[in-house]
Design a protein around this ligand. Structure first.
Ligand code: UN1
Length: 480
């Protein structure tokens, strides 16, 4: 039995004690409380924003080497502790230990990547239209960023929002997801251990009220949010009201097209990974499998075999291939969508039953639903669980039209051996990211991440694009 972590807010480099009315539970065994946590509100947000504002001048004016060193040291510490932090992540979120350790290592690499980016912030030097005049652009820190992060990547997403914010000289207040605060806290603690000055990163733990207080706070210059579409829309409206910068990453209904010429085994493995790994709880997960007539039946049969044999169990058990859903509400939402799909005429090929294992946890059966059509709810709403539905199509053009036919546009995949179709897909897919012969989920950290339409709003995250959101451009004219 592991002890319950008593979480505190972090304000101005101090751990702030408070009552801890809520808990985060282990979704693999809900008898275990991972952490007891405070429930912050606008008073804590005010104090955190004050601390972030006070820390901003020194941090933004420090040599980029200072910022780079902190991020680099934090990356090293996190990489060294990836097993313990990854274990905590798996206990709190429910993804398998391999996935938890992998995500922690990814967060460490993100910190190190942005340690380098701190030194590479660059502008432009242009001729003016007026003789004797020079124009330069350079990028400057903006101020205080409010970061609102989700439970499904409890360390990677805090890292990929905090690291660029800090690298370019901003200070932050982060509100981690209420289901996974202990994992986020581990990252905040490591940043301080790595030498982060007081007040540069502040964390307020709590529910939606904390997020709302950040959105409304006049001292917060920019907001970066990852979460559901509905909440995201509210964040954007709140930001627009007071002209704060805003960046949203929201849902997906990501298509994976499988054409007749695809290698069957490869297509099945790509669908399995994209739809079911991390329990399908990725905004990049493949949920609509759009399959051409000639390969359809073989593909559905082969994928069903693999899905059926996935070992669902305790995230920490080394034999487990798929952990539980993160919470009861999430699990019930998955069941609800499977029931709706069944009622609307979908054929459950495998899964779809309630799953009870030998311990109380939010386990779900990985589920494959065939014979669905584009107008069914299972093909238009985000399930965020281990469920994939197949749609049969006659050719590539029909597949592309369906793939583009939702209000989302995050990631889209194509499995084919045809260069012609691959290149056409890269151009005509309306998603922000396209994957040819790869799962829709699983992205690199040094290139832009984001989608179109209802999936994303505002500048891209990650890679070299992160500077667009976390800096502002100054245009300087001078004459000799
Ligand atoms: C990935 O596919 O590797 O919340 C990352 C999410 C995304 C991140 C996906 N923002 O699932």
């Amino acid at each position: 039995m592991t002890h319950t972590i008593a979480l505190c807010h972090w304000i101005n480099g101090q751990k702030i004690e408070a009552d801890r009315p809520s808990q985060s539970l282990n979704p693999s065994d809900t008898r275990e409380t991972v952490a007891a946590m405070p429930d912050g509100g606008s008073a804590e947000v005010d104090a955190a924003v004050d601390a972030a504002r006070a820390a901003f001048p020194a941090w933004s004016e420090a040599s980029p080497e200072v910022r780079s060193d902190v991020l680099d040291r934090a990356g090293t510490l996190l990489m060294e502790r990836r097993e313990t932090v990854g274990r905590l992540l798996s206990r709190e979120e429910g993804k398998t230990l391999a996935e938890g350790i992998g995500e922690t290592a990814r967060a460490a690499r993100i910190l190190k990547y942005f340690a380098g980016e701190a030194l590479r912030l660059h502008g432009q030097n242009l001729p003016s239209t007026r003789p004797g005049v020079e124009v330069q652009t350079y990028r400057q820190a903006v101020g205080v960023y409010g970061l609102i992060t989700p439970w499904n990547f409890p360390i990677a997403i805090p890292a990929w929002k905090m690291a660029p914010a800090l690298a370019f000289g901003n200070t932050v207040v982060i509100k981690p997801a209420g289901l996974t605060p202990a994992t986020a806290e581990a990252l905040v603690a490591i940043l301080h251990e790595a030498g982060l000055p007081d007040g540069v990163v502040n964390m307020v733990i709590g529910r939606g009220g904390v997020g709302q207080a950040l959105v409304d706070h006049p001292g917060v210059d920019g907001l970066s949010f990852t979460g559901s579409q509905g909440v995201g829309a509210g964040v954007a409206m709140g930001a627009a009201k007071r002209q704060a910068r805003v960046q949203l990453e929201m849902g997906g209904k990501n298509p994976l097209i499988v054409l007749d010429d695809a290698d069957l085994d490869r297509a099945v493995q790509i669908a399995l990974d994209g739809s079911f790994f991390a329990t399908g709880q990725r905004c990049t997960a493949s949920s609509r499998l759009i399959v051409q007539d000639g390969i359809h039946d073989r593909f559905v049969a082969a994928l069903a075999d693999k899905v059926k044999s996935l070992r669902v169990g305790d995230a920490l058990d080394p034999d487990t291939q798929m952990g539980p859903a993160v919470s009861e509400a999430q699990r019930d939402g998955v069941y609800g969508y499977v029931d709706i799909a069944r009622e609307q005429g979908g054929r459950i090929v495998t899964g779809g039953e309630r799953l009870n294992l030998d311990k109380p946890g939010w386990y779900v059966q990985p589920t494959l639903i065939a014979d669905t059509t584009a107008d069914m709810r299972i093909n238009s709403e985000e399930v965020f669980g281990p469920v994939a539905s197949t749609i049969r199509v006659k050719d590539y053009e029909e597949a592309l039209t369906l793939a583009n036919g939702t209000e989302f546009g995050l990631s889209a995949g194509l499995v084919t051996q045809s260069l012609k179709h691959a290149r056409d897909f890269q151009r005509r897919s309306r998603s922000g990211m396209t994957m040819v012969n790869l799962p829709t989920a699983g992205v690199d950290y040094h290139v832009p991440f984001g989608g179109s339409r209802k999936s994303s709003y505002g500048p891209r995250e990650q890679g070299f694009a992160a500077a667009d959101f976390f800096t502002q451009t100054k245009t300087s004219y001078s004459a000799g």
